[in-house]
Ligand binder design. Structure first.
Ligand SMILES: Cc1cc2nc3c(=O)[nH]c(=O)nc-3n(C[C@H](O)[C@H](O)[C@H](O)COP(=O)(O)O)c2cc1C
Length: 158
């Protein structure tokens, strides 16, 4: 059986709930991607073109720093990477994560929450950064997705 990690970033708790449900349902380890500089409400204001998130998402090379590392990434076969959809794709901090490890030979499966948008090109973007990993398109879930639904989806990759 593949050894799995659920790694997630969540600015306001919605993705965190899903990530915990998923990890519990499949017996995976869990890792929170915590920004070195936490996003404030003002940072998250997408209606302000000068807010931190707006500025970061306009710059494809932006790589917000993460406060800690996964210990011994080598032990995992499958990494589920969870995040909120920001501007129709993965937040820039997920790009930092994708570039931060040797994922060669591993499977990466993105999952996301959002107001309504799909997961977009997030999987392709992550695949361009996580060299030699097998990165799937992934899936966007509703905020209230059940542990059963998450498990049934995740088992295809384990
Ligand atoms: C900066 C920013 C950009 C967002 N962009 C989108 C978007 O493009 N499409 C969408 O449906 N929701 C968008 N949302 C809403 C979030 O994806 C949604 O609220 C998500 O469930 C939050 O997850 P979290 O609590 O784990 O951070 C955006 C939210 C923020 C803060």
């Amino acid at each position: 059986m593949a050894k799995a990690l659920v790694a997630y970033f969540s600015a306001s708790g919605v993705t965190e709930k899903l990530a915990k449900n998923l990890a519990g349902a499949i017996g995976a380890d869990i890792f929170e991607i915590v920004p070195e500089q936490i996003y404030t409400d003002a940072d998250l204001n997408w209606q302000d073109p000068n807010s931190r998130s707006s500025v970061e998402m306009k710059d494809r090379s932006c790589r917000p720093a993460i406060s800690s590392k996964v210990e011994n990434m080598a032990q995992y076969d499958v990494i589920f990477v969870g995040f909120p959809v920001w501007w129709y794709r993965e937040p820039s901090i997920i790009d930092t994560f994708a570039e931060g490890y040797d994922f060669s030979g591993k499977t990466i499966v993105p999952f996301a929450t959002s107001g309504s948008s799909g997961i977009g090109e997030s999987g392709m973007n992550i695949g361009n950064l996580a060299k030699d990993a097998h990165v799937f398109e992934g899936r966007r879930f509703a905020a209230g997705a059940s542990a059963e639904e998450l498990k049934a989806w995740a088992e295809e990759y384990l």
